[in-house]
Design a protein around this ligand. Structure first.
Ligand code: F6R
Length: 609
């Protein structure tokens, strides 16, 4: 893994391939390379810019494939970078995913005299295709025969020197899409590289293959039957996927929060009936199932999991339905105990491509459980594999750290909770009050964005600390987890999130003058308790940054520094308290000169286990 682009058409392929690789840089990678028919292959360890710098002027051809690699098997070297080829240098291949039986394939081919050039699992597939690709065979038949022997996951694009105006792509567990342009067919692992060229997209499903030539494309399924795939329209603008003058995508994406909240709520508030309308839940079967569900399981990874924890408290408080929240990488391996008659699984994923989340969904489906998705990327695998769901409408998120997508996930849970609660006895008045508060959120979020200077000043003060504790209770407890995750991933400061009530059960031992705490202490139902927890820290000489609601002057006697958010319904406060924490992490990372949009060792979308 990590990013794939390809092209067959009337133009020279190289400029698109290189632009496409640059557009995919946000996903995280450690080497890059491309193959262009008639020109050959180029690879470099390191940045795409280094690849671009070594491309000769006459590197031209009407088709090609390219890749950014994030090492999984073998070090991030030029030799291990894609494209990989076979012994005769006929077949050229780029691959995302993992070939699980690559050692067996390698051993088998080596026994037949094939010499390998790299340590990668992907080369095993390139060599296998080359080995099976006899003189009278078409490339797609050789690819199909090779893939039949492969265990694992792949998004793969393959070219051949023998059939220069052709690229064959196939998918199993790793996303691939086609862009249908005026002057050719584009291939990419997500929409970002394609957006400047065409709005017409075709998403491949697992088991499908596309044979792309200068005449167009043909898609077949696992049984080689032709598949008529719908051409969908890409709604995101190319401009939306750029930084708009901000220094980092992360800052741009935080600053979009007002618009994101409006987009997530748009058309979903039914003021007449004091409820939320969620298109995916309208289907009679889904509606009936949800109405009688006795148990909800929420799953996701990282920030999406934390959004789920907030969703749990919202659904339990408002609708009274028992909810469990499970990390997807654990849930997928647990013994199932849920009764499919009345259990619903809600999977949360920004990218819709997270491997563990997908497997948790598949495990639930095998049990017959209804699966719903809360997904940002339209047409992604989670969106397509769940029975129904809700799109976030947060727009493309390029920064590796989830910001606006997380906020929209929390907001979608507020809508789901309202919808379920109104079916289970929440009064019309309470529903209306909740909707009124939802409607105030864009303005309140924008008000927080006018306070960035104050947040930046506090961030600078603490930028060189070694550790940080984030504390909160009830609705703010998952926000403490999320705040700590944001700080550690972009600034590399060790940070832990805790329920503030847990302090005296262990973490209090850490506190001294050099170990600061950020305490989420809005004036909600837990305020008095949280204030006592702050006192415990102060008594041990710990420094405290408190995040509270406007007008709470009481806190200044307890905390060293105070940040404020506007007041709102307790269940909706997480939407607001998250924003200063994202900005706090951002300004600390900036002060420490960290690569904010692409933190080390991380990728935007984790499509392998
Ligand atoms: C943290 C972050 C990750 C993701 C996680 C799930 O800032 O971005 O923890 O939330 O990898 O990703 P999705 O939501 O794409 O499934």
């Amino acid at each position: 893994m990590c990013g794939i682009v390809g092209y067959v058409g009337k133009k020279n392929a190289a400029p698109f391939l290189l632009e496409g690789l640059s557009a995919l840089e946000y996903r995280g990678y450690d080497s890059a390379g491309m193959y262009v028919s008639g020109a050959g292959a180029l690879k470099r360890a390191g940045k795409v810019a280094e690849l671009i710098a070594c491309v000769p002027d006459d590197f031209e051809g009407k088709s090609g494939i390219a890749h950014t690699r994030w090492a999984t098997h073998g070090a991030p070297t030029e030799l291990n970078a894609h494209p990989h080829t076979d012994a005769s240098k006929t077949v050229w291949l780029v691959h995302n995913g993992i070939i699980e039986n690559h050692s067996e394939i390698r051993k088998d081919l080596e026994a037949k005299g094939v010499v390998f050039a790299s340590q990668t699992d992907s080369e095993a597939l390139a060599q296998l295709i080359g080995h099976l690709y006899t003189e009278d065979m078409l490339l797609e038949d050789a690819v199909r025969a090779a893939l039949a022997q492969v265990q694992g996951t792949y998004g793969v694009a393959v070219a051949s020197t023998r059939e220069p105006e052709k690229v064959v792509v196939a998918r199993m567990g790793s996303p691939l899409m086609l862009g249908v342009g005026e002057d050719g067919i584009y291939v990419a692992s997500d929409a970002t590289p394609i957006l400047p060229y065409t709005r017409k997209a075709v998403y491949l499903d697992d088991g499908e293959m596309a044979i792309i030539t200068d005449q167009g494309y043909v898609i077949t399924d696992a049984d080689e039957a032709h598949v008529d795939k719908p051409v969908t329209s890409l709604e995101w603008s190319a401009e939306a996927a750029q930084k708009k003058g901000y220094e980092h995508f992360m800052l741009k994406e935080i600053m979009e929060v007002g618009e994101v909240i409006e987009n997530t709520l748009r058309g979903r508030l039914d003021t007449a009936n004091a409820t939320a309308i969620l298109g995916g839940f309208q289907d009679t079967d889904i509606h009936g199932y949800l109405k009688h569900a006795k148990r909800i399981i929420i799953t996701g990874c990282g920030s999406a999991y934390y959004a789920g924890l907030i969703g749990k408290t919202m659904i339990e408080e408002l609708a009274g339905i028992p909810v469990e929240v499970e990390i997807a990488s654990e849930l997928r391996y647990r013994r199932p105990t849920a009764d499919p008659k009345d259990t619903v699984l809600i999977a949360v994923s920004q990218s819709g491509e997270t491997a563990d989340t997908l497997e948790a969904i598949r495990a639930a489906k095998r049990q017959g459980i209804l699966t719903l998705g809360i997904v940002n990327v339209v047409g992604s695998t989670v969106a397509r594999e769940t029975d129904a769901g809700v799109y976030n409408h947060a727009g493309p998120e390029i920064g590796v750290a989830s910001t606006k997508a997380f906020i929209s996930q929390v907001l979608v849970f507020a809508l789901v909770a309202l919808h379920l609660a109104r079916e289970r006895g929440l009064s019309k008045q309470e529903g209306s009050d909740f909707i009124k508060e939802l409607e105030t959120l864009p303005e309140k979020a924008r008000a927080i964005l006018t306070r960035t200077k104050a947040i930046e000043a506090v961030a600078k003060k603490y930028a060189h600390t070694r550790d940080f504790l984030y504390l909160g209770r009830k609705f703010q407890c998952p926000i403490a987890f999320e705040g700590a995750l944001k700080l550690k991933e972009i600034s590399y400061i060790h940070a832990e999130g805790y329920g503030a009530g847990e302090m005296k059960h262990g973490p209090l031992a850490l506190i001294d003058t050099d170990f600061p705490s950020l305490v989420l202490a809005p004036r909600d139902s837990m305020y008095e308790k949280t204030a006592s927890n702050i006192e415990e820290i102060r008594a041990r000489s710990g420094k405290v940054i408190a995040l509270t609601t406007d007008g709470n002057d009481d806190i200044t006697r307890l905390a060293d520094d105070v940040l404020y958010v506007p007041e709102t319904h307790e269940a909706l406060l997480p939407v607001l308290t998250t924003i200063p924490l994202q900005l706090f992490a951002y300004y600390i990372a900036k002060e420490r000169d960290c690569p904010i949009d692409k933190p080390r060792n991380l990728a935007k979308s984790v499509t392998v286990e």
